[in-house]
Structures are given as C-alpha cells and as structure tokens.
Write a protein that binds this ligand. Structure first.
Ligand code: 5GP
Length: 140
C-alpha cells in the first residue's frame, strides 16, 4: 500500500498534531486513543512509515511488539483489567481507518461491553488521567 505521509499518525509523529503520550522510544510512540473502546485504550505505532503489516520492516515490527508488550503490562498494572485485547487491522476491509500501522491495547472488564470502534471522542482530562496512571506504571 502506498504510504500517505499526511495521515493522522504521521502528523502526530512529526508533532504537527497533539496526542496524549504514554511513552516513546527511538523507534515507537504510544499514546491514548481519542475514541477509546474501553478505559485505558492505548495505541502503539512504529516511527517507520508503513501502512500495514505487509509494508513494515521486520526490525520496526519487532521494536513495536516489544513496546506493545511493555505498555500492555503497564496498562495491566495501572488499571487492573480482567483481560487485555490486542488488535491490529490491515486495510479498510479489515476495519483500518488510519493508514499507519498501529496496535490497539484495549483493557477489558467482565462487566464493561466493548465500545464501538472510533465513534465517541473521550474528554482529554479523562484520557490524561489514565495516561498518567499508565506512565506511572512504566516508571516515568
Ligand atoms: P484503526 O481503525 O485504523 O485500526 O484505528 C485507528 C484508531 O485511531 C481508532 O481507534 C481511532 O479512535 C483512533 N484515532 C483516530 N484519530 C485519532 C487522533 O487524532 N488521535 C488519536 N490519539 N487517536 C485517533
């Protein structure tokens, strides 16, 4: 897939658009999903310009997965969910809406149904409070 350098996540990576950051490394960025499917919904992206899993380099994917595991553990420690959904969509037909590869970390609770995908904007104060707890669990 041709990479669109002006997609939302590319612009967040260039700091042209804001995000509520959870962590960053030389190769990855983790930030709160603004239309979360549950409390504590975090996105992890590689800095590499790649649309889908079919485009990303093995090295960037490995770095990204390492960060997904690390951030998921911090979300678990911070929010104590009953389970953890980790998802990644490739192409519009699969539900991908932003064409820069990303991993969803979605904590799940038995009594909280999954909210609809990318529908309702959460307020920044709530997202920031959750991010603060996750950053705390990461030791930031
Ligand atoms: P996809 O459908 O491509 O797998 O997921 C894209 C995700 O990005 C959705 O969950 C959506 O809520 C989230 N999203 C869309 N626009 C923005 C934005 O501007 N900032 C942040 N932080 N998340 C976004």
């Amino acid at each position: 897939m041709n990479y669109d350098p002006n997609n939302i996540f590319a612009r967040i990576l260039r700091s042209e658009l804001p995000c509520i950051k959870v962590s960053e490394t030389a190769h990855t960025l983790a930030f709160m999903d603004v239309m979360p499917q549950s409390d504590g919904h975090v996105l992890v992206i590689p800095r590499e310009a790649a649309s889908t899993i079919h485009d990303v380099s093995d090295a960037a994917l490995a770095e990204c997965m390492r960060e997904v595991k690390r951030v998921a553990a911090a979300v678990r420690d911070a929010l104590q969910p009953d389970g953890m959904l980790i998802a990644q969509f490739n192409g519009e037909a699969a539900g991908q809406t932003v064409p820069h590869i990303h991993f969803h970390i979605i904590p799940r609770w038995h009594d909280a149904p999954l909210k609809q995908h990318a529908r309702v904007r959460a307020d920044d104060a709530t997202l920031e409070a959750q991010a603060e707890r996750i950053r705390g669990a990461l030791g930031h």
